[in-house]
Design a protein. Sequence first.
Length: 226
Amino acid sequence: MYPAHTEVYMVAASKFCSSCGSPLAPGSRFCAKCGTPVQAAPAAPTAPVPPQQVVQVVAPAPAAGEPVVGVISVQRRKGFMGAGVETFSVLVTPYRLAFVLVSDQVMKQAVAAARDQAKAEGKGFFGQMGAQMGWLGALNRRYQETPVDVSLAQAPGSFVILNQEVRSIHAKDPAIIQVGIQRRDDNNRSEMTIETGGGKQKWELVDMKAKEARAILQQTLGGVVR
């Protein structure tokens, strides 16, 4: 155990800044002269005190088995005059939005897998064709059963947005316009805009309405989703 005079020294030392030595006002949290944080004097030790360690506070890492609460398929235009399209599957988790790039190769593999599965189930030509058309849904179901980091690692060009970085998400359906006696959308896809500290990203929803996307996102992001 420390000798009795050690406790007296610790109490006395707490009255002065550990950095510049200036006197500290009672109850102050920072040195008025140099701004160094004030450490409270420790209680009388009952055992040898180990050397002081600096504890770095970091955001908690995603837990093992990070759950995917839902998947939203989106697209964005690229290339000259927006002639090209990139498709992403957005894996929504309690920690982040993982944008997994769906490459042409992955698309072809998913289509083939859907066809082969339908064939194995004894479905005929039209059943196999229908399964192929639903390749994106089948791919997203696979993503829900695969660890998020594995899905990201297998798809170069993917990226993530941490939930804490999201300021707002707006999802809306295309406006309905009247043309004679007919009503039609002025755009054939619903849209989603994500705002973070780095700016806004606009996406087109694939095979999903705004209401469905909001329902998935609100499970982890709550009121920032509108």
